[in-house]
Design a protein around this ligand. Structure first.
Ligand code: ATP
Length: 306
């Protein structure tokens, strides 16, 4: 009897595992049966990018129907121009970039690229024309080279190195063991938030997308590096629209237009000088950041930008 116990126990365990696997597979099929909001329409055409202009046309959006996040947003980010989006935490700024990438669909209104509704074109063609560097960049458990080349796998060695230099990650790579072959992520080098941001910026610069979205892309950098990368981004010959979502207003002073978002709606719009002259929400935010910066570095002159 004792001799039979072990095989019977083993068979019982195998039976339980198979049963659990069948339950998991059945649950998986249930998930697959759910309508996928962001799937393509049958025969969805490819997006054709000519200039690279982006337009929000009366966009309403809520994650949860009981709590509207965007309330009828309309704006234009023209090709070759920089549109900045600022506003208090939770105003809906990152939601705008999630909608541009079609991670979610607006409940009302349209988002257009060169006149084409992005919900009607294939997702692959949409994302091919978009590039993003964000505050929480995901790097692959692979080499620095792989992570940068992911932006454009057929780029040459020189192009990859040029992107790394523009993103100010080249000096870091020089001293990293293995250089561009250094492994990053869980099984390799642990990069700081700022180093990750610079690798992600290099990747995006290499991709050179038609429409570029920078969502707090330089927030983890020290002021000097941030300013250097900012200058690089400003000097970049951009054909399409650039959308910058920023906390630190110093990074968007030169934007062609600044939208101030509060509670899902545009409360002010204009360039830096006209918004300061209005003396409204933007001016208050600017003065607060200037005072905070002055409190941190009292030796700097008061006129220093935030
Ligand atoms: P911050 O400056 O702090 O990054 P934000 O202006 O970018 O803020 P969003 O990230 O767009 O704000 O979020 C807007 C609102 O939507 C917030 O109140 C947030 O809690 C909520 N929200 C964000 N993502 C989700 C989600 N996946 N599900 C439900 N609510 C969400």
């Amino acid at each position: 009897m004792i001799q039979l116990y072990q095989p019977l126990n083993f068979m019982g365990m195998v039976y339980r595992e198979i049963k659990q696997a069948l339950i998991d597979i059945s649950a998986m099929f249930d998930i697959l049966k759910q309508p996928n909001e962001i799937s393509d329409a049958p025969d969805a055409p490819a997006l054709i990018v000519s200039a690279g202009a982006l337009r929000f046309d009366d966009v309403h959006f809520a994650y949860d129907p009981a709590r509207p996040i965007l309330r009828g947003l309309s704006f234009e980010a023209p090709a070759g121009k920089t549109l900045a989006i600022v506003g208090p935490s939770g105003a809906g700024k990152s939601t705008i970039s999630r909608l541009i990438f079609r991670f979610y669909q607006p409940q009302q209104g349209r988002i257009l690229i060169d006149g084409q509704d992005i919900s009607k074109v294939s997702l692959v063609s949409l994302r091919a024309c978009l590039g993003m560097a964000a505050q929480d960049n995901v790097l692959f458990n692979d080499t620095i080279r792989y992570n940068i080349l992911y932006g454009r796998p057929d780029a040459t060695e020189d192009e990859m190195r040029a992107a790394a230099a523009l993103a100010r990650i080249d000096k870091f790579v020089e001293v990293a063991p293995g250089g561009f072959e250094a492994q990053v992520g869980e099984r390799g080098l642990k990069l700081s938030g700022g180093e990750k941001q610079r690798v992600a910026i290099a990747r995006t610069l290499l991709k050179n997308p038609s429409i570029l979205v920078l969502d707090e892309a330089t927030s983890a950098l020290d002021t000097l590096t941030e300013r250097e990368i900012q200058e690089t981004l400003e000097d970049l010959p951009r054909k399409g629209a650039t959308i910058v979502i920023a906390h630190r207003l110093s990074t968007i002073v030169k934007a062609d237009e600044i939208l101030v978002i509060d509670n899902g709606a545009i409360v002010e719009r204009g360039d830096h000088d006209s918004l300061l002259a209005q003396g409204g929400v933007y001016a208050a935010l600017w003065n607060r950041q200037r005072a905070e910066q002055h409190a941190e570095t009292p030796d700097q002159p008061e006129t220093e930008t935030p």
